[in-house]
Ligand binder design. Sequence first.
Ligand code: NI
Length: 177
Amino acid sequence: MATREVLRMGDARLLRRAEEIRAFDTAELHALLADMRDTMHAMNGVGLAAPQIGVNLRLVIFEVAGNPRYPEAEAVPQTILINPVITPLKKEMEEDWEGCLSVPGMRGMVHRYTHIRYQGYDEKGDRIDRTVTDFHARVVQHECDHLDGILYPMRMRDLRKLGYTDVLFPGQDIGDD
Ligand code: NI
């Protein structure tokens, strides 16, 4: 287990379409997941996609529980999601601030679907099928975008709402990543 370097925006490896995982429950997959978990926790991230550490596979992890970067956020269960498919269940979208470990020190206002179903597999190859809303739905959409080479600024409709975290939220100790 080890923390890995998180690639930052500008690195072409963040812009690729990641490839499907075909072998589950392997030693390689478990080792990769351990590194991703360590890296996410070390950086206080709510989620991390494999391409962010330069591994071009369709794998994301996320977890929200008392995160100092998102103190107001609802809890989201610790999840490993492989080869995900997202289906919006309503046209309704909502805008809110997002950050990304690959875009350190910034926040941007991003529209996301409020109601989605997501399907995929866990690390053992067991099916995951959940219907979720709001912040949980936002996290999943953000992380899965990384698998298609999309960073949140590429989703923004108004780049005036992109800024440095300490300027946007002065005096709030949200963290500088
Ligand atoms: Ni991100």
